[in-house]
Design a protein around this ligand. Structure first.
Ligand code: PLP
Length: 404
C-alpha cells in the first residue's frame, strides 16, 4: 500500500507559470546553445549567489558538473581523489568519470564532513590528485581551510554543493570562496528545473575552461580546443528556471516554516538527533534525523504507521556494489551515521498537521513518549484508542482540508 505520507513530493513551477517563457522561445526560434533565456537564467543565479554573471556556468546536471569541474582543474588521470563515502553516489561516479581513482575518507560525526585538519595531516598527500568535499544536504561549512590546503599543496579541491542552492545565497551561511562549487538543479532539490546544474567559481580562467568542456571544447568559435562534451542546458530548462525564480521567495518561506516546525517539534524532546546546523539560516529539500543507538527499527515503525522514510545516502557509497572495490580509510563514523540516519517526509506542500503527525510517530517509534523524555505536549492527532494508521489517515485528511 502506498504510504499515507510520502517522503518527498517534488514541486516544480506549474505549466501556467512556465508558459510566458515558452512563448518567448517560440518567438525567438532559439532552442538551445546559449540562448537568451539561458543567459537571463544564468544572470539570475549569479545575482542570487552574489557573484558576477561570468562566475556562473550552467551545466546539464551536477554529476556532469562535478566531472567537468575536476577536468577543468587539470587533474592527473589515474590519480587518487579523496572524497567522503558519506555522500550520494554521484560524487564518486563523477570522480571516476573524470579518470580518477577513488579513495573514500571518513567524516567527523559532528559535521558529517571530513575534517580539514585531518586531511591536511595525511602522509599520502603527494599521491592525491584531487579532493572532493561534499556539503551534506546543503549544510554550510567553512570553505577556507579547504582553500588553504589546496593553495598550499596544489591539490585541486572541488565542492559538491549539490543541495546548497539556498545556503550559498548572497549573504547566506555558505560563503563562495576559491574552490569551485557545483549545485544541482534536479527536481528533488530545493530549487529544481527537472535536470540541471550550475557551477560557481570566482576564477574567470577556470570557468572559461569549464565552459569549453560543456560545449565540445568550443568557445566563441567552432574550433575545438579541448575534448569537451555536450553538457548544455536548453532554453526549455532555462524557462523552468526563470519561472522557479518567480516563485522562489514564496517557496523558500514555506520550506523555512516547515524546517522551523520540525526543529521545534523534534527538538523539544531531544529524542532523535537532527542533521548538523539544520535550520540555521538555510533551507534544503530533505530532513534527516539520527535515531538513538537503542532504536534499531525506527524506520520500520514509521512505515507501519504509513509514514515513508528514505536513507538518502544508503549505507554509504563504499557499501554500493559499484564502489565496493574502491580504496578506503577506516570509516567508523560513516558506518554509524549510515545505520542511524534517515530522511523524514519533507516537501513544499506539507502541512503543519502532517509534520506534527510525523513527529509524534518518531517519538513513539523511539520510545520517547514511554520514557516521558520531556514535554507533555498533547498529540496533534486523534482520539485515544484509534489505531495509529487511522490516526495518520485522519491527520492527512485534516491536512488536505487545511490546504483547500
Ligand atoms: C551530494 C550530491 N551530489 C551530486 C548529486 C548529483 O546531482 P544531479 O542529479 O544534478 O546530477 C546529488 C543529487 O542528488 C547529490 O545529492
Amino acid at each position: 500500500m502506498a504510504p499515507l505520507i510520502p517522503v518527498a513530493k517534488p514541486k516544480l513551477p506549474v505549466a501556467s507559470a512556465i508558459l510566458p517563457y515558452l512563448k518567448e522561445i517560440d518567438a525567438n526560434h532559439w532552442y538551445t546553445n546559449h540562448g537568451l533565456l539561458w543567459l537571463r537564467f544564468q544572470g539570475l543565479l549569479a545575482e542570487h549567489w552574489g557573484v558576477e554573471s561570468n562566475n556562473v556556468a550552467l551545466v546539464a546536471n551536477a554529476t556532469i558538473g562535478l566531472t567537468l569541474a575536476l577536468r577543468a582543474s587539470g587533474v592527473r588521470p589515474g590519480g587518487l581523489c579523496l572524497l567522503p563515502s558519506w555522500t550520494f553516489v554521484a560524487s564518486p561516479a563523477a570522480a571516476i568519470a573524470a579518470g580518477l581513482r577513488v579513495r573514500f575518507i571518513d567524516v567527523d560525526p559532528a559535521t558529517w564532513m571530513p575534517d580539514p585538519a585531518a586531511v591536511a595531516a595525511r602522509d599520502d598527500l603527494d599521491e592525491i590528485a584531487a579532493i572532493m568535499i561534499v556539503s551534506p544536504f546543503g549544510m554550510p561549512f567553512d570553505v577556507r581551510p579547504w582553500d588553504e590546503l589546496s593553495e598550499r599543496t596544489g591539490i585541486p579541491v572541488v565542492i559538491d554543493a549539490a543541495a546548497a542552492f539556498d545556503t550559498m545565497r548572497a549573504g547566506g551561511p555558505l560563503a563562495i570562496a576559491r574552490s569551485p562549487m557545483v549545485v544541482s538543479l534536479h527536481a528533488t532539490k530545493v530549487f529544481g528545473i527537472g535536470e540541471g546544474g550550475a557551477v560557481v567559481c570566482r576564477d574567470g580562467e577556470w570557468l572559461e575552461r569549464f565552459r569549453r568542456l560543456t560545449t565540445f571544447g568550443f568557445l566563441g568559435s567552432r574550433v575545438s580546443t579541448a575534448p569537451g562534451i555536450n553538457a548544455k542546458v536548453s532554453e526549455y530548462g532555462a524557462a523552468i528556471g526563470l519561472a522557479a525564480f518567480d516563485g522562489w521567495t514564496a517557496a523558500r518561506a514555506r520550506f523555512a516554516a516547515l524546517t522551523e516546525r520540525y526543529r521545534r517539534r523534534l527538538g523539544e524532546r531531544g529524542a532523535v538527533g537532527l542533521q548538523p546546523r539544520f535550520g540555521e539560516g538555510w533551507v534544503t529539500s530533505t530532513m534527516n534525523i539520527v535515531w538513538p543507538s537503542d532504536c534499531q527499527d525506527g524506520a520500520a515503525r514509521l512505515a507501519a504507521e504509513g509514514i515513508a522514510t528514505l536513507a538518502w545516502w544508503g549505507q554509504g557509497c563504499h557499501r554500493q556494489p559499484a564502489y565496493a572495490d574502491c580504496l578506503r580509510d577506516p570509516l567508523p563514523a560513516t558506518e554509524d551515521l549510515a545505520q542511524r540516519t534517515v530522511g523524514l517526509p519533507f516537501w513544499l506542500d506539507m502541512t503543519p498537521t502532517q509534520v506534527d503527525a510525523v513527529c509524534d510517530a518518531v517519538h513513539r517509534a523511539c520510545g520517547a513518549e514511554a520514557r516521558g523524555d520531556a514535554a507533555s505536549r498533547p498529540r496533534a492527532a486523534a482520539p485515544d484508542g484509534m489505531p495509529v494508521r487511522a490516526q495518520i489517515a485522519r491527520a492527512v485528511a485534516a491536512a488536505r482540508s487545511e490546504r483547500r
